[in-house]
Design a protein around this ligand. Sequence first.
Ligand SMILES: *[C@@H]1O[C@H](CO)[C@@H](O)[C@H](O)[C@H]1NC(C)=O
Ligand SMILES: *[C@@H]1O[C@H](CO)[C@@H](O)[C@H](O)[C@H]1NC(C)=O
Length: 373
Amino acid sequence: MSNDRFTLCLLLYSISQVYVVHSAASNSLSNCNAIAAKFSTTYSNGPAASIISTTGTNVTCASLTGVSCPGSTSSGSCVFQHKLCITCYMSGSTVKIRVQSNGLPLFCPNIPSGVTLSEQNIDFSVNFNPDVSVNSPYITVTTQTAIDSTICNVSNQATPPSASGFTAISSTSNGIAGVSIDGVAILNANSANNVDPFYPSPTTIAAEHVDQCMGHPNPQNIYHYHIGSGCALSASQSTSVQACATVSSCISSISTYSISQFSSYKTLTVIGIAKDGHVIYGPYDSSGNQITSGYDVCNGVFYDSVGNYAYFATQTFPYIFGCYGPGNYPTVYPSCSTNPPTKYTKSIYAGSNINGLSNICYLLIILVSIYIS
Ligand SMILES: *[C@@H]1O[C@H](CO)[C@@H](O)[C@H](O)[C@H]1NC(C)=O
Ligand SMILES: *[C@@H]1O[C@H](CO)[C@@H](O)[C@H](O)[C@H]1NC(C)=O
């Protein structure tokens, strides 16, 4: 092999390394604390012995009465407390994050009368932003049957991969998929019918109702999201929250409505943490572009040259995330939604082509080294 070609390979390999996802993610203690600071915490000397017994922030809601008041009623208003504590700490050389929330938001949700909403004990710990690689996905689905049994399964987000070091400190934490920055639970991407809650397929299954803040309580009385909520970021979006069904722009296209709530957040914006320790971002990247490609089957994106992997809120199912990634990039789509992605593609940082090229060069460099020696 000529020196020129060897030099070219070396050059290509060096260039490609800029784009290849390195497996070391930003998971130092200070990285964790920076993410924790985005949450609307109410208790700072964490972890709390019990999040429920801490003093939270009062939220006063004239709209909540009877069983839909998760606090106490005084002069016709419901007063409940939002309680949230996020603690980053070292366990050996691993940075862990402890997430404790009573699940109640900072706004007054719109709860149908007669439906119960109650304070929860959400408490778990997990490795913060664990190192993952595009070349070693946890989820690989290539057939219609495989993608459906994974992405269209209401139980598939119960247990994160063991590499995440997830520990459920309260049993409630087993039933959720993550926690929003406002302490509200993020549940499985699916409804109990194993379909997209908002754009179900088959269409004989009714879409679920949520309020204008994209939340609703489940049978365990847990108020929760399945799709990005701007109310988690801004209280101004959440005064006199109506039922989505009574707001024409919401009911006509809830997926568009959800994205529109982030119009003042057209940059990389933390909106929550998944139970596998990965950060969840809103619908926009750091350049202000809406994420419409670059994500895998779980809704996960390798979004920078460091090797960080996170979930992004999207306009298509599963909206927040549908499995614990990294996942692969199949050419089949979940059949339980009438609003699935049209394509799964690697981001430039997932180094698809350039990575392959660099590997060939790497091999040649090794071969030449052996030849020279
Ligand atoms: C919060 O609400 C409770 C119950 O209504 C009340 O006793 C308490 O004084 C309130 N705290 C603040 C800081 O307003
Ligand atoms: C759904 O996922 C759970 C947990 O991973 C699994 O035990 C179950 O078999 C799955 N159901 C279907 C229908 O694939």
